[in-house]
Design a protein around this ligand. Structure first.
Ligand SMILES: Nc1ncnc2c1ncn2[C@@H]1O[C@H](COP(=O)(O)OP(=O)(O)O)[C@@H](O)[C@H]1O
Ligand SMILES: [Mg+2]
Length: 234
């Protein structure tokens, strides 16, 4: 098998210290191949978001290794890490994290601004992704005035604007009604099928998990081979 795009080897992560210490991940290994879609599934508190944050190099494990394209992440410079996060990774979270009073376009081009792309090119590329997500007519609206589904599509547009290789989505449909959630899912899977973007999706939604090529089940900070999901898990 070729080198995995992302790999975690026996990673552990605890929060807090002393009696307040909580072991969120107790030895997890995972490989994500370029072009696949994988669901990380489990009940609330099982460690899904922690695992995704570590895979996305947003946080460091207490022990274990993380690699991207076979390169040990602990060997990367801060500059290389920032570039990876900003240019190769796109993020879609349950909370939209849009700046409410900024325009949709300004929200979407933020990663380009961080990358130092000039104003004219930002607008061109921002409008192109907004077209792709059928939001071009909302470009000048304030983000706060979008519907829930439009907000999540704006977040996907922002995740896409840098042409990422991987989209990390944490409960991407958690705040949406079923029909809107399904449309947002369709958008993510078409990016996977048509553009080869790798999807890492954290979810407790069995239907969404089933749409992914592969599922990884997490319970109490470790991988398990099957899991019963509670209806009310989140
Ligand atoms: N920053 C933090 N400080 C303390 N505990 C945390 C922190 N983040 C997560 N936890 C705890 O770690 C466990 C796993 O959290 P998380 O990875 O968010 O789970 P999931 O996404 O599966 O709901 C939970 O018990 C949570 O309360
Ligand atoms: Mg979570």
């Amino acid at each position: 098998m070729s080198t995995a795009l992302l790999e975690a080897r026996d990673i552990r992560k605890s929060y807090g210290t002393g009696t307040a210490r909580f072991d969120a991940l107790t030895g997890v290994s995972i490989q994500v191949q370029a072009g696949e879609s994988i669901a990380i599934v489990g009940k609330s508190g099982s460690g899904k978001s922690t695992l995704m944050h570590l895979l996305a190099l947003l946080d460091s494990p207490d022990s274990g290794e993380l690699a991207i394209n076979g390169a040990d992440s602990s060997q990367l410079s801060v500059k290389q890490l920032n570039r990876l996060r900003n240019e190769d990774f796109g993020f879609v979270f349950q909370q939209f994290f849009l700046t409410p009073n900024a325009s949709v376009l300004d929200n979407v081009v933020l990663p380009l601004k961080i990358a130092g792309v000039g104003a004219r090119e930002r607008t061109t590329r921002g409008m192109a992704v907004l077209e792709q997500l059928e939001l071009a007519d909302k470009a000048k609206n304030k983000a706060i005035n979008l519907s829930g589904g439009q907000k999540q599509r704006a977040v996907i547009a922002r995740a896409l604007v840098n042409n990422p290789r991987v989209i990390f989505a944490d409960e991407p449909t958690g705040n949406l009604d079923t029909v809107t959630g399904r449309l947002v899912e369709d958008t993510l899977f078409s990016l996977n099928k048509d553009h080869g973007i790798t999807l890492v999706i954290v979810t407790h939604d069995e239907d969404l998990a089933a749409r992914c090529d592969r599922q990884m089940f997490v319970r109490d900070g470790r991988e398990v081979h099957a899991i019963a999901l509670d209806q009310d898990a989140a």
